[in-house]
Design a protein around this ligand. Structure first.
Ligand SMILES: Cc1ncc(COP(=O)(O)O)c(C=O)c1O
Length: 404
């Protein structure tokens, strides 16, 4: 079986090389600008795109719950009844007011918010707005792969701080501090985390704030999963403890609105927001007006009920799946505190990439931990955006693949 997997890998590799050479011949005169060299689609996408029909998806981090009906209806109404031209670059004023009010501790004004094309654009704009050639940016290992690529595109240098696997990927202040240098321009935190599902505790965030105070370093806080938590209370925002925090967030995950592309950048650092807004104007002009108008309902009681329901469902699914991994495969998954991910420990089963390939051939999409950083080698990120029945079938197929 291992030989067979190796042959498949080799064939994919050769095919990839062939396509690259062909493309190079066609575009002999094209030279990739320096800022894009080394920037590639993520391994998550590359695996997903090779999935066989009817695969069970433990790979992508995309909510499967339907977008709440009241949001769909509002988008339909707005489309039919209203003229939907551009909004101003920063986004609809009432929407920015609602976003600002989500962070009462910051007392933000609408000019300190920029509505973006999903939180992904907010993240890219944040890095481009603050990072200069050669600046260092601290990123956790493991972490969401986009940060590393965004830092590179911005001309910066990613520097990784470990979230130790032996402590279930918990934050380690000593490790974080050891990576700060005079060149550090920014640090990134994500809580709840993709890929680990862990939440930074209040103590973690206070320690980070203490370490950064008076350094001038910016903290980019990715809060896209902040409404998907399984703890008793909502996770704290890094911005409660540190002034120079730039919040990146949106509605994609909590209200199953990934395709609507509504995100934002929010910060008391008005100059940073202004710089990001300039970029946003040239990159996107504005976010879809229809999506923005419908998103005004994202702060209603109905929306809060939908978010609470999503939390309940993902929590239950996480418990169900971790239990099944233990019972059926004898494998341990980390216990998620939020988002919809667990890190499955496959260190006893051999190479993570080969294992993911084996599962892929048996119609199960998984992502080897190495896609998120060296610290996650020997783990797989498993997302539980699936109904229980499909997840049980996925585990059955994984077992079958292991026994082949
Ligand atoms: C950690 C994290 N940040 C940001 C994003 C981007 O989400 P969106 O652009 O849909 O808001 C994702 C999507 O998977 C993510 O996992």
């Amino acid at each position: 079986m291992v030989g067979c997997v190796a042959t498949i890998n080799l064939l994919y590799y050769l095919y990839d090389k062939f396509l690259t050479m062909k493309a190079m011949q066609q575009n002999e005169n094209f030279k990739l600008p320096r800022r894009l060299q080394g920037v590639q689609p993520t391994l998550i996408r590359r695996i997903f795109e090779r999935a066989l029909p009817d695969s069970i998806n433990f790979g992508l981090g995309e909510p499967d719950l339907p977008t709440p009906q009241f949001l769909r209806e509002e988008a339909a109404r707005v489309t039919l009844e209203e003229q939907n031209g551009y909004t101003n670059h920063a986004g609809l004023l009432p929407l920015r007011e609602k976003i600002a009010a989500s962070y009462p501790h910051l007392n933000l004004q609408p000019n300190q918010i920029c509505v973006t094309v999903g939180s992904q654009e907010a993240m890219s704009a944040a890095f481009l707005a603050i990072v200069d050639e050669g600046d260092e940016v601290l990123i956790s290992n493991p972490s969401f792969p986009a940060y590393e690529n965004c830092v590179k595109i911005s001309g910066g240098v990613p520097v990784f701080y470990r979230l130790p696997a032996e402590r279930d990927f918990a934050f380690d202040i000593k490790e974080f501090k050891s990576k700060i240098t005079p060149k550090t321009k920014a640090a990134v935190v994500i809580s709840p985390s993709n890929p680990t599902g862990k939440i930074f505790t209040e103590n973690d965030l206070r320690q980070i704030a203490d370490a950064l105070r008076d350094t001038g370093i910016y903290l980019i806080s990715d809060e896209i999963y902040s409404d998907l938590y399984f703890t008793d209370e909502k996770p704290r925002s890094a911005s409660e403890f540190y002034d120079r925090t730039i919040i990146v967030s949106g509605l994609s995950k909590s209200l199953s609105m990934t395709g609507w592309r509504v995100g934002w950048l929010a910060s008391s650092q008005t100059d940073v927001v202004r710089a990001a807004l300039t970029l946003h104007g040239f990159l996107a002009v504005c976010t879809s007006t229809i999506s923005q108008k419908a998103s005004l309902l994202g702060w209603t009681d109905e929306a809060e009920r939908a978010k609470a329901e999503a939390r309940k469902i993902y929590k239950k699914r996480g418990e169900f799946l971790i239990d099944l991994f233990e019972k059926e495969l004898g494998l341990r998954g980390t216990s998620p505190e939020g988002a919809f991910y667990t890190m499955l420990d496959v260190r006893n089963l051999g190479d993570g990439l080969e294992l993911a390939e084996k599962f892929l051939q048996n119609r199960v999409i998984t992502v080897p931990g190495i896609a998120f950083g060296t610290e996650a080698k020997g783990f797989m990120r498993i997302s539980f955006c699936n109904i229980e029945e499909r997840m049980a079938e996925g585990v059955r197929r994984m077992k079958e693949a292991l026994n082949k």
